[in-house]
Design a binder for this molecule. Structure first.
Ligand code: NDP
Length: 383
């Protein structure tokens, strides 16, 4: 631990297994403890359907009993059915926990290779203002995750009454530190601090959250490359791609238009040649629009809003939402659910993410990946 600008600053590696990372609500900490089902396991017990073509599933949405074509793509065996049966299987479950673990393992390996080749490791700095318990939990989780990946973690904890100038001074110190390749300011900050000003002060080459106007601007322009992409939306795209779900040429609908999730998710889908529509709180006919979609990303913060009847059969559904739903059968009195009505939607969708165990675990995995990529750029090291 050392001190920067008069505030507590931590630096070091930690090696404990981290439980998960969620940036905005206390419920995400609880979510991170939950186990997900095996990757792409179907909700019905058939093993045959577990390996069938994601493309065919998404397009047709039928149960397959007699695979006639097997091919190997991206290391996995896929089967394409000859004909549909009358009965329709539930959606394939996209196991975000397993996919996130794969991403984290990839990062671990690449960090080790970078260290071997250059003697350097990536560094991530997390700035925390105020003593919110949930924020402290997330920051701890991030540090643990960094330690596991071999990434050096730095941190500065400022009191809740720190001035904006004091926060900006800490950001400036990390901007100037060559061992730091990613800077993350934990949100929310106290009300007296101008979030936009602080986020805008992060060097866009260290903007590991991807919220800097230059990075978002580049993301929205054809032929321009952002240096960083926001973690949760990038996680959504990874889930689709690693599940073999085609995006190019597909109709995608994003429910929600926040700067953090909805808008960057829509931009990412568009960059992958999907035809994208965003619906929001002022959209009068969201249901009708969602029903057209081959891909739905739900990020509206409305508990179980997207119903089974809203979906096109076979659609791929990525549920970003995290909501606490009263449940007397649970010791804590609630359970976590998404912005999608999972029980209804799994009967119609081709693929679906659960809550918990879907998008949530991807956020921290992508944060590590972004930090690694930032370091590789700084050291001109090819990953
Ligand atoms: P925001 O509250 O910032 O944005 C919600 C968006 O949904 C807004 O654009 C809003 O529209 C739109 N919306 C609200 N009501 C409706 C409606 N009835 N129909 C259509 N759109 C609607 O939320 P975030 O984007 O930050 O988060 C969305 C969800 O994702 C939350 O449940 C949050 O907890 C979760 N989350 C999960 C993360 C993870 O790591 N898994 C990370 C971040 C968020 P308008 O713009 O018109 O107000």
């Amino acid at each position: 631990m050392c001190h920067v600008e008069g505030w507590t600053r931590h630096s070091g590696f930690q090696n404990k297994k981290q439980p998960g990372f969620f940036q905005k609500s206390a419920t995400r900490a609880a979510l991170s403890k939950c186990e997900g089902p095996p990757s792409l396991q179907r909700a019905t017990p058939s093993r045959t359907t577990a390996i069938m073509s994601a493309t065919a599933t998404a397009t047709l949405g039928w149960k397959f009993s007699s695979p006639v074509l097997l091919r190997r793509r991206s290391g996995s065996v896929r089967a394409v059915s000859r004909a549909p049966q009358a009965a329709r299987a539930d959606a394939a479950i996209i196991d975000g926990k397993a996919i996130a673990e794969t991403v984290r393992e990839e990062v671990r390996e690449k960090v080790a290779a970078m260290k071997e080749a250059t003697g350097k490791v990536p560094g991530l700095a997390v700035v925390l203002v105020g003593g919110r318990k949930d924020s402290e939990t997330y920051v701890r989780s991030k540090k643990k995750a960094c330690g596991e990946a071999g990434i050096e973690s730095f941190g500065t904890d400022l009191p809740g009454d720190a001035t904006e100038d004091e926060v900006l001074a800490v950001v400036a110190a990390y901007n100037a530190d060559p061992n730091v390749h990613g800077i993350l300011v934990q949100l929310p900050m106290p009300d007296h601090i101008d979030e936009e000003r602080v986020l805008g002060a992060i060097d866009y080459e260290k903007d590991v959250d991807g919220f800097h106007p230059l990075n978002i601007g580049r993301l929205s322009q054809r032929g321009r490359e952002p240096l960083f992409v926001p973690c949760t939306p990038r996680g959504c795209i990874e889930l689709l791609e690693r599940s073999g779900i085609p995006i190019a040429g597909k109709e995608a609908v994003v429910v929600g238009r926040s700067n953090v999730v909805g808008t960057p998710a829509a931009l990412l889908l568009q960059r992958r040649d999907a035809t994208v529509t965003i619906v929001h709180s002022r959209t009068p006919n969201s249901e009708e629009i969602v029903k057209r979609a081959d891909i739905v990303i739900a990020a509206c913060g409305r508990m179980e809003m997207v119903k089974g009847s809203w979906l096109k059969p076979g659609a791929a559904v990525i549920d970003v939402g995290i909501n606490a739903k009263d449940d007397d059968t649970k010791k804590r009195g609630y359970r976590l659910v998404g912005d999608v009505d999972f029980e209804e939607c799994k009967k119609v969708a081709g693929h679906i993410t659960p809550v918990p165990g879907g998008v949530g675990p991807m956020t921290i995995a992508i944060l590590l990946q972004n930090t690694l990529e930032g370091a590789a750029r700084a050291y001109k090291y090819e990953l």
